[in-house]
Write a new protein. Structure first.
Length: 124
């Protein structure tokens, strides 16, 4: 028996990430809440506005749908080594990803390259 899921159902799941994100943070450890991802925390090395226009929802090429985080230059507010990228809004940490450890210096910028953040697989 064949199985099918309309793309719009998977896209609605991924749209939550897109629609709820307001900021990106670069951190030296994994933030688990908003206060750890903001510039008031020892984790945060920088933040920037990051909204719906920064995300792209589309086909992943073979097994479902994906959401891609677009590239952005993040101002660095504290020197250290970035290991995590977080996405959050005023009250919720939406999600966190890892990046290759990258040394940054306060006053500079870090370009976070585009990457696939999440996927929703087709029904198997």
């Amino acid at each position: 028996m064949g199985k099918f899921l309309v793309d719009g159902a998977a896209d609605a799941d991924l749209a939550y990430i897109r629609d709820q994100t307001g900021f990106i943070c670069i951190c030296n450890a994994q933030p688990t809440n908003v206060s750890q991802g903001t510039t008031l925390s020892n984790y945060s090395l920088g933040t920037a506005a990051y909204g719906t226009a920064n995300w792209t929802i589309g086909d992943d090429g073979s097994t479902g749908r994906k959401i891609t985080a677009g590239a952005i230059a993040v101002p660095v507010t504290a020197s250290g080594t970035v290991t995590h990228v977080g996405f959050y809004n005023a009250g919720t940490m939406i999600g966190v990803g890892t990046i290759a450890p990258t040394a940054v210096t306060a006053g500079g910028t870090l370009t976070v390259n585009a990457f696939d953040f999440n996927k929703v697989a087709d029904i198997a």
